[in-house]
Design a protein around this ligand. Sequence first.
Ligand SMILES: *Cc1c(COP(=O)(O)O)cnc(C)c1O
Length: 423
Amino acid sequence: MDKRPFVSKSKLEEIKAKYPTPFYLYDEKGIRENAEAVKEAFSWNPGFREYFAVKATPNPFLMKILGEYDCGCDCSSLTELMLSDALGFAGEKIMFSSNDTPAEDFVLADKIGAIINLDDFTHIEFLEKTIGHIPETISLRYNPGGVFELGNAIMDNPGDSKYGLTYDQLIDGYKLLKEKGAKYFGIHAFLASNTVTNEYYPTLAKQLFELVVDIKEKTGCEFKFINLSGGVGIPYEPGKEPNDIKVIGEGVRKVYEEVLVPAGLGDIAIYTEMGRFMMAPYGALVTTAIHEKHTYKEYIGVDACAVNLMRPAMYGAYHHITVMGKEDAPCDHTYDVTGSLCENNDKFAIDRQLPKIDNGDILFIHDAGAHGFSMGYNYNGKLKSAEILLKEDGSFELIRRAETPKDYFATFDCFDVFNKIKF
Ligand SMILES: *Cc1c(COP(=O)(O)O)cnc(C)c1O
């Protein structure tokens, strides 16, 4: 599929006149249509809930929009729990899927009634010691080891990942939890990341459904939900087919009816914890070309840097770039598009074929709506950008202001030097 920005050049110029680049722009219409489609795709399962992976895009305005489609929040840290709680997501609308979890995080998760999903066998005792009891509803995260395959393709490598319990630990874990008074159980697994195929969820679901039938036999535990977690991806490159959530939902329904229903487990809720699929295509990093440099290569310097979007520097991830107003111009120039960090990996694109770029051109960096802003950092003392929501009626609203030097220096405010900094 061709990648087109969800906003016009003239609208971006209007926004830029009020909020200077770089900024993140989110597309309310796209977010809503997709959230509705997700809800619809799993409507065959009465207990279904998508718990949006907060780490992908921890913005209260966006989380609230998803909340309108009955989404909950999937948290993995103290501050994510605090934010979800503050937004009114209560009790079972919060999933706490953490790992290497600090005690204080469990305390808060328990206090606000979140569903706790444990990442290790030893966390059972740790949790009990920390909060003084075992919650009535509790979940364990499964890791089958080995590699995760779809057809003949290796999708990911669970055997190398730090997450989850082995099969034997799961059986012992559920038995122990039951002994300690837990009544309702869940299971969770995240076995492949950014899958662009309609087969991932159905394949994972089949494994988990069969596992639950087996565990129920061995432990007598009553399963309330099966959490397929995240990993449903998006095509970052143009020309690729995106996932079809309707087909995915039907695929999960098919194995549900094949495996769970005949086993008398047809009342188990399906949960998901998608981040990327819910938000990535509906957010973009908007930046302006400010320098053009010709040395051994051709460079375009922009006013954003890896601090604003780390995925290309960190994973070599591809993010499509549209030069606004030049959508249909020939891509007859080869550029590295760079940020200003003193790090040579600070490049949004390497050897990318793009139209001729002039200083002042606005670049729309696609598919940055998940694991984009939130992964940002402050290297080189760079500041994080604003986030802006493009509403359905074409108006726009600031949903996070840009950082200022004062924010950057705030953790020195108990020291004398803070008073000497000239803001
Ligand atoms: C990151 C994460 C997710 C979301 O993953 P996506 O690839 O964005 O769908 C869901 N659950 C857990 C536990 C995660 O760590």
